[in-house]
Design a protein around this ligand. Structure first.
Ligand code: BV8
Length: 258
């Protein structure tokens, strides 16, 4: 691999790839205006630590507070739009035999951009459900506004009366079996993995690039900050998703047209 710039080296990794996997984290949504977990929470939420809110214990302790936070995040996700980086992934998918996006994000932006093969490792803000039997619950029917005192009465399931909870995977909860199976199968078969916008410290998701690398795939990290993965990746591209991904697609298209 030449000592060329990260764009050139990333394009070289993808030039002969047939099966590509993209692992995205909250940094992928940052340029759509969706804050990452590590962004300081603002406004009403500034005094809370998301890691303390995204757990079953938090929901048991204060269901209104946790429900409010997720309902607010659902509204913000609905109001957000995919950015040029999401669009670039849709175009990139057309260039390979297999192209799978594995996302830790729960905001649905990849699907809204038009990506078709998306594995949601940590669930979705669209998948509110009842906490007993998993009956689906449609947040768009719920008119509450997140009150300043976070006192929204948590809605209950029409079918079984249990409290409604967000359809996300909390810390301490297991990931959906089918998502884990598909995600591990895709990285075990990958020629190249793009890791975009994740701090690479949440497991088991953070294991995925290492599984790919162990079977010989090249791993390209796109992140403006360094992470625990940066020193082991084939390419550590210190750049924003919204800048790097469109540049990568453009380079591959230019190379092809020569
Ligand atoms: C599990 C959904 C088995 C919810 C999320 C004790 C008990 C139980 C488990 C554990 C334990 N101790 C440790 C664990 C394991 C734990 C874990 O990994 N903890 C960490 C903190 C060490 N994992 C689990 O609990 C998982 N389950 O292990 O099950 C089990 C079961 C029972 C008992 C034992 C074991 C479940 C993990 C899933 C948690 N749910 N999300 C919600 O969204 O509310 S994780 C959530 O946080 C996000 O999905 C994300 O993955 C993670 C981190 O959030 P962020 O930091 O915001 O985002 P990210 O990491 O992606 O970082 C942002 C990055 O973007 C940064 O690097 C930044 O530089 C970069 N960036 C910024 N701008 C840009 C950018 N990049 C590109 N472009 C830009 N413009």
């Amino acid at each position: 691999m030449s000592g060329a710039d990260p764009l050139t080296r990333s394009a070289e990794c993808l030039a002969d790839a047939q099966r590509v996997v993209v692992l995205t984290g909250a940094g992928m949504s940052r340029e759509s205006g969706v804050p990452t977990f590590r962004d300081a929470l603002t406004g009403l939420w500034s005094r809370y630590d998301p890691m303390q809110l995204a757990t079953p214990e938090a929901f048991a302790h204060d269901p209104s507070l946790v429900f409010d936070w997720y309902f607010e995040r659902w509204r913000r996700a609905r109001a957000a739009s995919p950015h040029a980086g999401h669009d670039a992934l849709v175009r990139l998918a057309l260039r390979f035999e297999r192209f799978t996006i594995i996302t830790q994000n729960v905001d649905g932006l990849h699907q809204r951009a038009g990506s078709s093969e998306v594995i949601e490792l940590h669930g979705s803000l669209e998948a509110f459900r009842c906490s007993d039997e998993g009956h689906p619950w449609d947040p768009s029917q719920f008119g509450a506004s997140a009150g300043a005192d976070h006192s929204t009465a948590v809605p209950v399931c029409d079918a079984c009366g249990a409290s409604i909870r967000p359809g996300v995977v909390w810390f301490g909860e297991s990931l959906p079996d089918n998502a884990v199976r598909s995600a591990w199968a895709s990285v075990e078969a990958a020629d190249a993995v793009l890791v975009v916008g994740t701090s690479a410290i949440v497991y088991p998701a953070a294991e995925l690039p290492l599984v790919a690398q162990r079977q010989g795939a090249s791993v390209i990290e796109i992140n403006p900050d360094r992470t625990p993965l940066s020193q082991v990746t084939t390419v550590a591209w210190v750049e924003r998703a919204g800048a790097a991904l469109p540049a990568l697609v453009k380079r591959l298209e230019q190379t092809e047209s020569k």
